[in-house]
Ligand binder design. Structure first.
Ligand code: PHE
Length: 357
C-alpha cells in the first residue's frame, strides 16, 4: 500500500508537470481524484483494512489527495496566467498613437475654391457640369456665335491642335460646356462648370493654363435681375460678408446680349482687401443674357427660353480670398508654398461651417 501511494504520487505529479493545456490538467484530475480515480479508489479501499493498518495508511492517502488537489489548482492558475500574458503580448496596442494617421499632402487652393463653389451653388440648386479640355471648333467658337473669321477669335490666343483637320483646340474658356449642357438636356437648366482652360499667354497675371467657372441658367422669364441676385448671393457666401455692392458695366461677348462686366465693391484699408462698400472696384467676371442665336444653335426656341451665363476666373478668386500675389506660384509645385497655402485634406468646406478665410 505504501508503495502504491508513492508510485501514484510520482505518476500523477509527472503527468501534471507534462500537462500543457487546461484540458490535460483536467484529465490528470479525473484520473486521480475523479469518481473512478486512482486516489479515490485507494480512499475507498481503506474501509477494508484492519484498524491498525488503516491508522498507518489513511493519513498518507489523505495527504496524497490534498497534495494532488493543491498541485492541480496551482498548475491551473499557472496556465491561466501564462495564457493571459500571451494574449496581452499579442494584443498590445499603443494608446498614445493617433487614431487616424496624419494625412499626407494638402488640398491646393484652387481645388479648395472649386469645392467652395460647388457647395455654394449646390445650395442654390445648381448641378456641376463638365466638358472636355480638348474641344472642337464648333463648341468652343461657332455655336457660341463666334463664326470663323470673327474678330473675337483673336481675343482668345487659342492653342490649335496640330494635324487636326476638324480644327480641334484646347478650350479657351468654359463656355463650350454651356453648349454641351443645352444640347444634352432640356431646360430648366442650372449648372456651374469649373475647370481648366488654355490660352497662349504668360506673365505674372497670366498662365497658359488657368481655371474658370461657368454658370448657366435657362428657364422661362429669366432676366438680368436673376443674374445680379445670383452673383450677389454667391459673393456674399464666398467672401463671408453680409453685404456686397455690384457694378454692372456694359461690355461685349458674342454669346451674350446684353453683355456685362461685373465689378465688386471693395476697400484696400492698410493694404488689406476688404469686400464690401464701393470705395474701390474689382473686376471679377463677365456675364450676360444668353444670346438668342446661341439658344437657337442648341435647338432651343428663344421665344420660349431665356437665360443668363457668367464666366469667372477661379485662380483670381482664390488669390483675392486667400491673399496670394503671384499667379505663377499656383503651378510651381513648390512644396513649401503648398504646405503654407494648402488646406487640410479632411477639412471639407460647408455653408454651415462658414467659408471665410
Ligand atoms: N467666356 C468668357 C471669357 O472667357 C466669359 C463669359 C462667360 C462671359 C459667360 C459671358 C458669359 O472671357
Amino acid at each position: 500500500m505504501t508503495e502504491t501511494v508513492d508510485a501514484l504520487r510520482a505518476r500523477h505529479l509527472a503527468d501534471l508537470a507534462a500537462a500543457a493545456t487546461p484540458e490535460a490538467v483536467e484529465a490528470v484530475r479525473v484520473e486521480a481524484l475523479g469518481r473512478a480515480g486512482t486516489v479515490t479508489a485507494l480512499l475507498r479501499s481503506l474501509g477494508g483494512l484492519d484498524a491498525e493498518e488503516r491508522r498507518r495508511v489513511a493519513p498518507r492517502v489523505q495527504a496524497l489527495r490534498e497534495e494532488l488537489a493543491a498541485a492541480i489548482e496551482a498548475k491551473t492558475s499557472a496556465l491561466a496566467a501564462a495564457a493571459l500574458a500571451a494574449r496581452l503580448a499579442a494584443e498590445r496596442v499603443d494608446m498614445s498613437l493617433p487614431v487616424v494617421p496624419e494625412p499626407q499632402g494638402s488640398i491646393h487652393p484652387i481645388a479648395r475654391v472649386m469645392d467652395e463653389l460647388a457647395e455654394i451653388f449646390a445650395d442654390l440648386g445648381f448641378a456641376v457640369a463638365e466638358g472636355p479640355e480638348i474641344e472642337d471648333d464648333w463648341h468652343n467658337f461657332t455655336a457660341l456665335n463666334i463664326p470663323p473669321e470673327h474678330p473675337a477669335r483673336a481675343m482668345h490666343d487659342t492653342f490649335y491642335l496640330e494635324g487636326e483637320p476638324s480644327g480641334r483646340v484646347l478650350r479657351t474658356h468654359t463656355s463650350p460646356v454651356q453648349i454641351r449642357t443645352m444640347t444634352g438636356g432640356r431646360p430648366p437648366i442650372r449648372i456651374i462648370a469649373p475647370g481648366r482652360v488654355y490660352r497662349s499667354d504668360s506673365d505674372a497675371t497670366h498662365t497658359p493654363m488657368f481655371h474658370q467657372v461657368e454658370g448657366l441658367v435657362i428657364d422661362r422669364d429669366i432676366h438680368l435681375g436673376h443674374l445680379k441676385w445670383t452673383l450677389e448671393t454667391f459673393l456674399k457666401a464666398f467672401f463671408g460678408v453680409q453685404e456686397v455692392v455690384l457694378r454692372l458695366r456694359p461690355s461685349f461677348f458674342p454669346f451674350t446680349e446684353p453683355s456685362v462686366e461685373v465689378d465688386v465693391g471693395c476697400s484696400w484699408e492698410g493694404g488689406r482687401l476688404g469686400i464690401g462698400g464701393s470705395a474701390s472696384w474689382l473686376e471679377i467676371l463677365g456675364a450676360g443674357m444668353v444670346h438668342p442665336k446661341v439658344l437657337a444653335n442648341c435647338g432651343l426656341d428663344p421665344a420660349e427660353w431665356q437665360g443668363f451665363a457668367f464666366g469667372c476666373g477661379i485662380d483670381r478668386l482664390a488669390m483675392l480670398k486667400y491673399g496670394m500675389t503671384d499667379l505663377r506660384a499656383f503651378f510651381d509645385a513648390d512644396l513649401r508654398w503648398l504646405r503654407h497655402h494648402g488646406f487640410r485634406a479632411l477639412d471639407v468646406p460647408t455653408l454651415s461651417g462658414g467659408m471665410a478665410p
